[in-house]
Design a binder for this molecule. Structure first.
Ligand code: NAI
Length: 330
């Protein structure tokens, strides 16, 4: 790569530019910000760059990867932890892929807790009411978290912070992980038991072939009536149609969603003046017991700062040595 590394930065938002410009204040790297997402149509913009920097909803499939390689791009630098949107197998041996494995597990775990409290204490409803000077309490009854059972699926960095938060509320914690932590001081159970025993279930595992639609009509049926689901991980862990049906049938008590399986064209964008095409999401949003935030769990000052610094360090390390400690391999 040349003396000054050139980075094509896709899906750039104002807050990205602030944090990356600050982290790159010495101007070691030349960054060109593109508002558009990376996909098969926009990949042409990467011509002449050494690195593409992408986020969760950029499309980095085999076709895009081959096109990047053809243009001489050497590295895909993910500025996020999850890498389910990158075809890692297609990249192997052709182009490097690096990510930011941890930037603030607190940001995501605290957002999951914020969604939970907002939902069960009806804060989203009372906020709107009092803004309109309506001080009635009808329909605002919640329930205590103390003594309730929370099932945590995925006990990595974020899951474990979430477990600590739940314990602070006096909740009973049960957990499932495909690779249980050896130093765990909480109880692991199998998934069936998570579904059966939990009053609240929070998802903190990656999206893989195995976890795709782990919440579907069948698993919902085996959950407790009134269960509260929290998803701050990846949308496709939950079959959105099955979730909607579970809510319609009054089996699911509430859903807190920071991610949605078809979010790529919608989240991070202002669609307020548009006719909304996604009927499933529109119906979910219309439910009084569903809260949707637009993949914002990561969005804290601390997290953005860490993302920018680690991404630039990853790029520099890969450029200097041809490898990187945060490389993602097939
Ligand atoms: P991590 O890698 O520290 O933990 C993931 C855990 O999931 C590991 O303990 C792993 O063993 C477990 N796991 C793997 N396969 C599993 C399976 N089939 N079933 C159950 N557990 C399984 O990751 P971290 O940092 O805790 O992040 C978790 C997820 O949160 C990420 O994969 C990402 O999708 C999501 N995320 C969402 C953000 C947001 O803004 N909403 C921001 C950052 C991450």
């Amino acid at each position: 790569m040349g003396s000054k590394i050139k980075v094509a930065f896709f899906d750039a938002k104002d807050y990205d530019m602030v944090s990356f410009d600050e982290a790159n204040s010495k101007g070691d790297i030349k960054i060109k910000y593109f508002e558009t997402k990376l996909d098969e149509d926009t990949v042409k913009l990467a011509k002449g760059y050494d690195v593409v920097c992408v986020f969760v909803n950029d499309t980095v499939n085999e076709k895009v990867i081959n096109s990047l390689v053809k243009k001489g791009v050497k590295l895909i630098a993910l500025r996020c932890a999850g890498f389910n949107n990158v075809d890692i197998k297609a990249a192997a041996g052709k182009i490097g892929v690096v990510r930011v494995p941890a930037y603030s597990p607190y940001a995501v775990a605290e957002h999951a807790a914020a969604l939970l409290l907002t939902s069960i204490r009806r804060i989203h409803k009372s906020y709107i009411r009092t803004k309109d000077f309506n001080f009635s309490l009808n329909g605002l009854m919640g329930f205590d978290l103390h003594g309730k059972t929370v099932g945590v699926v995925g006990t990595g960095k974020i899951g474990r912070v979430f477990i600590d938060i739940c314990r602070g509320f006096g909740m009973n914690v049960i957990a499932y992980d495909k690779f249980p932590a050896k130093d765990a001081d909480f109880e692991y159970v199998d998934l069936k038991e998570i579904w059966k025993k939990s009053d609240i279930i929070s998802f903190h595992c990656p999206l893989t072939d195995e976890t795709y639609h782990m919440v579907d009509a069948k698993s919902i049926k085996s959950m407790k009536k009134g269960v509260v689901l929290i998803n701050t991980s990846r949308g496709a862990l939950i079959d959105a149609e099955a979730l909607l049906e579970g809510i319609r049938k009054r089996h699911i008590g509430a859903a807190c969603l920071d991610v949605y399986e078809e979010e790529a064209d919608v989240f991070f964008e202002d669609r307020s003046g548009h006719i909304f095409e996604d009927d499933t999401l529109a119906r979910l949003i219309s439910m009084p017991n569903v809260i949707v935030t637009s993949h914002q769990a990561f969005l804290t000052r601390e997290a953005l700062n860490n993302i920018a610094h680690t991404t630039l360090e990853n790029i520099a390390e890969y450029t200097d040595t041809g490898k990187c400690s945060n490389e993602v391999r097939a």
